[in-house]
Design a protein around this ligand. Structure first.
Ligand code: F6P
Length: 361
C-alpha cells in the first residue's frame, strides 16, 4: 500500500523579525512541490494552534514572499510560564494537531517559543524548531535569522547619526534592542564605529564612560557615539538580584535605557547629549540578503528533516555547518556574548570603550 503523504503544520511565534517569510517558504515550497506534502499554516503563533485556526498553504501563498518583512502567518507572544501551568491550553494544541492529522509541526521562534516547542515535543508531537530573532540569543546555534538584518538597520542608524553628531558636537546615545543580550549592540556598535559600547554582559561604570568622552574631547574630537543595549546595566546594578533590579529599574523616571545612560552622564559631566531609540525599526522591513539565505538554508534543511522523519530538534548553524540540536538540549538556555568574544577584543584594540573598570578595558 502506498504511504500516505504527510501533512505538516507551521507557525511563527514571539516577536517578528526579517526572514520569517523566507523561512516559511524554505520549508513549505519543497514540502508541497518536491515531497507532495500538505502544509497547514496556523495564524498568530500558538494562539492559532489553540484555536485550530489553520489553513492550507498553496503555491500562490508561498510565491513572492522571500523578500517580505514580517510574517504572512501573523504572530503573538505566549508566556511559557503561564502556558506550562495551563493544561487546557496545552490540550487544545494537542487536539488541533490531531484534528488536522498532522505528521509534524514546524515552529519558528526564539527562546520562549522553543521552551513551548520542547514541551509539545515531550507531549509526543513531532516538532521541528527554526531559530529566529534579532537578539541572536538562542542557545545551540551560532546565528538566528533576523539578526543580520537588524545589524544592517542598526548600523545604518549609527552612520546617519554620526554626521549630525559631528555637525553639532554632541554626544549621541543610541539604544538598541536585544533583551538581555548585547549581540545586536556589539555588532552594530563595531560596524558603525561607536566610541562607547554598553552591553549587559559587560556591566559599566559611568565614570569610565565619561573618561572616554573627555579623552575624545582632549584629542579634539567634538562628538561621541554611545551604542547602548536596552539590557545594559551598571556594575552596581549587576550585583542586584534579578527581582530587585527589575523593581528598581521600573521605579526610575526614564522611558528606556538610553535615557537612563544619558541622565547618568549628564548628572556628572557637562556634555550636550541627545538620545535616539530606533525601536521596532530594527525588526521591520525586508530581510537582508544574508538573512534570506540563512532562513532559506534553515527552512529547506527542515523540509529534508521532515522527509526523513527527524523530529524533536531545532535547526542550527555551527561553524558554518547546518545541523539540528535536540530541543531538550537548548530549551530554556540563553546564548549571551562571552566576555572574551573576538569582537570585544577587537573593539578594545581599537580603543573602543566598554565602560569597564580600568584593568578590564
Ligand atoms: O526578541 C526581540 C525583541 O525585539 C527584543 O529585542 C525586545 O526586547 C523585545 O522583542 C520587545 O518585545 P515586544 O515585541 O513584545 O515589544
Amino acid at each position: 500500500m502506498a504511504e500516505k503523504n504527510k501533512t505538516i503544520g507551521i507557525l511563527t511565534s514571539g516577536g517578528d523579525c526579517p526572514g520569517l517569510n523566507a523561512a516559511i517558504r524554505g520549508v513549505a515550497k519543497p514540502a508541497v512541490e518536491i515531497y507532495g506534502m500538505k502544509v497547514i499554516g496556523f495564524s498568530n503563533g500558538f494562539q492559532g494552534l489553540m484555536e485550530g485556526n489553520g489553513r492550507e498553504l498553496k503555491h500562490d501563498d508561498l510565491s513572492g514572499i522571500l523578500t517580505l518583512g514580517g510574517t504572512i502567518l501573523g504572530t503573538s507572544r505566549e508566556s511559557f510560564k503561564k502556558l506550562r501551568k495551563s493544561p487546557d491550553k496545552i490540550q487544545k494544541m494537542l487536539d488541533t494537531y490531531d484534528k488536522f492529522d498532522l505528521d509534524c509541526l514546524v515552529i519558528l521562534g526564539g527562546n520562549g517559543t522553543h521552551k513551548t516547542a520542547n514541551l509539545l515535543s515531550e507531549k509526543g508531537l513531532n516538532i521541528i524548531g527554526l531559530p529566529k530573532t534579532i537578539d541572536n540569543d538562542l542557545y545551540g546555534t551560532d546565528l538566528t535569522f533576523g539578526f543580520h538584518s537588524a545589524v544592517d538597520i542598526a548600523t545604518e542608524i549609527i552612520d546617519r547619526i554620526h554626521s549630525t553628531a559631528q555637525s553639532h558636537g554632541r554626544v549621541m546615545v543610541i539604544e538598541f534592542m536585544g533583551h538581555d543580550a548585547g549581540w545586536l549592540t556589539l555588532y552594530a556598535g563595531i560596524a558603525g564605529g561607536a566610541d562607547v559600547i554598553l552591553i549587559p554582559e559587560l556591566p559599566y561604570s559611568v565614570e569610565r564612560v565619561i573618561e572616554k568622552l573627555r579623552e575624545r574631547q582632549d584629542e579634539g574630537k567634538i562628538f561621541s557615539i554611545i551604542a547602548v543595549a536596552e539590557g545594559a546595566m551598571t556594575i552596581d546594578e549587576s550585583k542586584m538580584t534579578k527581582k530587585d533590579y527589575k523593581s528598581y529599574y521600573e521605579s526610575l523616571p526614564y522611558p528606556s535605557m538610553g535615557y537612563k545612560v544619558a541622565a547618568e552622564i549628564a548628572s556628572k559631566a557637562a556634555f550636550e547629549i541627545r538620545v535616539t531609540v530606533p525601536g521596532y525599526q530594527q525588526r521591520g522591513g525586508q530581510p537582508s540578503p544574508y538573512d534570506r539565505i540563512l532562513a532559506t538554508k534553515f527552512g529547506t534543511y527542515a523540509a529534508q528533516m521532515i522527509s526523513r522523519d527527524e523530529y524533536g530538534k531545532m535547526v542550527a548553524i555551527s561553524g558554518n555547518v547546518l545541523t539540528a540540536i535536540p530541543l531538550s538540549e537548548i530549551a530554556g538556555k540563553l546564548k549571551l556574548v562571552p566576555k572574551n568574544h573576538r569582537l570585544i577584543n577587537a573593539g578594545r584594540l581599537l580603543n573602543t570603550s566598554f565602560g569597564q573598570p580600568r584593568q578590564a578595558d
